[in-house]
Design a protein around this ligand. Structure first.
Ligand SMILES: Nc1ncnc2c1ncn2[C@@H]1O[C@H](COP(=O)(O)OP(=O)(O)OP(=O)(O)O)[C@@H](O)[C@H]1O
Ligand SMILES: CC(C)(CO)[C@@H](O)C(=O)NCCC(=O)O
Length: 295
């Protein structure tokens, strides 16, 4: 996965960096020991970059003769395939950062919330393109990131539900005025030719990688779990599959090949080379190596 632009650390070295840093902070993190070991080395990376950005910003305010104001929030972009574990790693990173920076308000936002709703996707002939770059309201995503950077008050974003398989019509996620935002989602780093793309507003970018055969299995397993969970939930998109598991399995295979795997190959993997950090996972979601951008 890695190329000459990255320094590659095998899992043992990566874990050792995290463990050494952990010794400074008495973590009381409610994540599993494995997740902690796999993601805690990201904490010093984020903090160093944040401090560096803040120092530069304050120096600029001084040079420009501007009053020294609040520094801009830090935006982490996190991407990778459907079902690779983006939201799980985002939650873990948030919890670990919260331990080291107890004063900071940290918010996770998924780019799924900026998907056009199913009606608009259907009108535009994009029903089978959910998750591809054109299925997102990219202007709304950029406006959101700018509002975060400008510390607007009371920011809200729409809410996408996997179970409902659509944007929820009457719900919003309250964002407040965060100090750190983790924006996670497929194609979060994609650039559609705009002068200012979401990636330009990100301070650190992370790509979660794994062999495609493993990701496919994680997708199929999650599909099964969503069907299980729909047993007593008639409003769930997955409810119709509870009586015919074979059909559910076949549909999951089809959706993987026709939509999610294509998206991975055509749009998501090409963005990997833009990431500052590439986290490579293997069986059981365990991190096997991490590549850190050199240039
Ligand atoms: N470190 C982990 N250990 C065990 N299971 C994990 C881990 N990370 C993710 N999973 C499982 O893999 C599946 C996919 O994870 P997750 O929902 O985090 O993926 P995602 O990339 O956010 O998916 P999507 O893009 O579809 O929203 C879930 O069922 C989750 O429970
Ligand atoms: C919402 C996305 C695009 C990303 O999380 C994905 O989970 C999705 O719904 N893809 C469309 C095909 C499918 O998995 O049903």
């Amino acid at each position: 996965m890695a190329n000459v632009n990255y320094t590659v650390l095998r899992a043992d070295k990566w874990h050792a960096i995290g463990a050494e840093f952990m010794a400074k902070y008495a973590w009381e993190t409610p994540v599993t020991a494995t997740l902690q070991a796999d993601y805690q080395a990201l904490v010093p990376l984020v903090i160093t970059k944040m401090e560096h950005n803040h120092a530069a910003e304050i120096m600029w305010q001084d040079i420009l003769g501007q009053p020294i104001g609040k520094v801009k929030p830090f935006i982490i972009g996190l991407t990778g395939s459907v079902a690779v574990g983006k939201s799980t790693s985002a939650k873990t990173i948030k919890q670990l950062l919260a331990e080291a920076l107890p004063e900071a308000q940290i918010e996770i936002v998924t780019t799924d919330n900026f998907l056009y709703n199913n009606q608009i996707l259907a009108n535009r002939g994009l029903t089978d393109r959910k998750g591809f770059p054109e299925s997102y309201n990219i202007e709304a995503m950029i406006a959101f990131l700018k509002a975060v950077k400008e510390r607007h008050a009371d920011i809200t974003v729409p809410v996408y539900s996997h179970e409902y398989y659509d944007i929820l019509p009457y719900q919003v996620q309250m964002i407040g005025q965060p100090d750190i935002v983790i924006l996670e989602g497929v194609n979060a780093l994609h650039r559609q030719g705009q002068a200012l793309a979401p990636i330009d507003l990100m301070d650190l970018t992370i790509y979660i990688d794994a062999p495609t055969a493993l990701i496919k299995n994680w997708f199929l397993q999650r599909f099964e779990r969503l069907v299980d969970a729909a047993e007593n939930e008639p409003a769930s998109y997955y409810h119709k599959f509870i009586t015919d598991r074979l059909a559910a399995r076949q549909l999951a295979e089809e959706v993987w090949h026709a939509v999610n795997e294509r998206n991975l190959k055509e749009c998501i993997i090409p963005a990997r080379a833009l990431a500052d950090i590439i986290v490579e996972k293997g069986p059981n979601h365990l991190v096997t190596q991490v590549a850190l951008r050199k240039y």
